[in-house]
Ligand binder design. Structure first.
Ligand SMILES: *Cc1c(COP(=O)(O)O)cnc(C)c1O
Length: 448
């Protein structure tokens, strides 16, 4: 896919794009955001409700096959954790008062695969398995889905395969559930994917194909191979409606948690949500679900690494998937492996354009520093990608563009939900190394 050279030429002269090219952290308010109800809201609401029901049908099965979900009766959900010390630490570090309540949505603790991908990825595999079993007459909606553990199901699913391209966490989610059900799974991993993720998958019997190039190439190759095999189902991170729906279910789950804390977003207590963004499906689905529930009382921001601001570039230029960060000379190299995506999903970009409040970018060093600060202040351990959300409220209050964006809102009692998207499965020695990098960076910063 190549971009119109004239359009590119004009873009390269744009002063905002120049900042992206220089890998400066930026804050961008989305001028395309519209107030009022979403397009086709009824239809989406129906589909998301159906996804929730499907997850409930599978819950008894999940509870038995993944014992860590037993207490939650097979629901794959994460806690909502109030941040107090971290907020104070950031206020001190950035010399900036940060009003409102801060909550961490702990998707790093999601069972089965330890990242936000456990929402979309697992959902899409379940949906596919259910469809095959229905077609074969082996399963009905009214059955107790624990029967899926019977050998005949594994024998049946082993006739089918599933393929996916991934920077790591999506592959991990799909591999874990796919292998448990009995599918043959192939994960096409980009160069960014961590060794431990590949090792874990191979241990589960998943075929892992490695690529020296980036995520978009891994997806493309996976798609190509899958197309040649009629028994292979390709999970397409760049275009999948099913992944999107799986992520969107998060919204009603969060609402239940906010209700329990007596938080009802409104004009005086607006909800601000910060989501790390790679190709866009995860944050897009969550954002869409939240908008359907809370309308104009929720404000959603996407966070990307300064070297991989693909969604921001796609939205800003209006070119969506037709432009890649490579087109403006960025290298798409970042410690935030889960966000190392050069070309955004056009499907997601177009859906969220009217509802997203803005995007901002974060430097890798900031991710490490935040990782360290969160670990010492709250004892929460996230992978570098997952810290991108944490920088959002800081940017909102401390940059000129951010302040302009919140000028019209009541910020004193605002609720800030920082989405922690991954980390609980990172091997301890690797986490300790991240933690040390952050501590060193912070120490050097203090010496200045
Ligand atoms: C994949 C991922 C994201 C972003 O999700 P996308 O659907 O790629 O936008 C964020 N954080 C982590 C840790 C991830 O693995």
């Amino acid at each position: 896919m190549s971009i119109n050279q004239e359009a590119l030429h004009a873009l390269l002269k744009d002063p905002f794009i120049q900042k992206l090219i220089d890998a400066e952290p930026v804050f961008w308010e989305n001028p395309g955001k519209k107030e009022g109800p979403l397009f086709h809201a009824d239809e989406w609401e129906r589909e998301i409700a159906a996804a929730e029901k499907r997850l409930r049908r599978f819950a008894p099965y999940i509870a038995e096959v993944f014992p860590e979900t037993k207490d939650a009766k097979g629901m794959i959900e994460s806690p909502l954790f109030e941040l107090q010390h971290m907020k104070e630490m950031l206020e001190a570090a950035y010399q900036q008062r940060l009003p409102g309540r801060w909550l961490l949505k702990c998707d790093h603790e999601l069972p089965i695969s330890g990242s936000i991908k456990a929402r979309g990825g697992i959902y899409e595999v379940l949906k596919h398995a259910e469809m095959l079993a229905f077609q074969e007459g082996m399963l009905q909606e009214t059955d107790d889905y624990r029967i899926l553990q019977e050998e005949r199901f594994a024998a049946f699913f082993s006739r089918y395969s599933i393929a996916v391209g991934s920077t790591g966490n999506l592959g991990l989610s799909i591999g874990m559930i796919g292998a448990a059900l009995g599918f043959r799974v192939t994960v096409h991993m980009s160069a960014d994917a961590k060794q431990w993720k590949k090792d874990l998958l191979r241990q589960k019997g998943v075929t892992v194909t490695e690529y020296e190039s980036d995520y978009s190439d891994a997806v493309k190759e996976g798609r190509r191979q899958a197309e040649q095999d009629p028994f292979c189902y390709f999970i397409d991170d760049e275009h999948s409606r099913q992944l999107f729906l799986g992520y969107a279910v998060a919204a009603s789950r969060l609402k239940t948690q906010l209700d329990c804390m007596n938080i009802q977003p409104c004009l005086e207590t607006p909800l601000f949500v910060y989501l790390p963004c790679g190709v866009g499906g995860g944050p897009g689905g969550v954002a869409f679900g939240l908008k359907l529930l809370y309308g104009d009382h929720v404000h959603v921001f996407f966070a990307e690494p300064t070297h991989s601001p693909c969604m921001l570039l796609g939205l800003y230029s209006g070119l969506h998937e037709q432009i890649s960060v490579h087109d403006i000379g960025l290298d798409n190299r970042t410690a935030a492996d889960g966000l190392a995506v050069g070309r955004p999903s056009g499907f997601v970009g177009k859906l969220i354009e009217p509802l997203l409040s803005g995007c901002y970018t974060v430097e890798d060093d900031t991710l490490y520093t935040l990782l360290h600060m969160l670990a010492v202040s709250e004892n929460q351990y996230l992978e570098p990608s997952a810290l991108a959300g944490m920088f959002g409220p800081v940017q909102l209050f401390s940059t000129e563009e951010g302040r302009r964006c919140i000028r019209k809102h009541h910020m004193e009692h605002a609720i800030h939900v920082v989405w922690g998207t991954g980390g609980s499965m990172v091997p301890p020695e690797e986490m300790a190394a991240y933690h040390r990098i952050g501590a060193d960076l912070l120490e050097n910063e203090m010496k200045k």
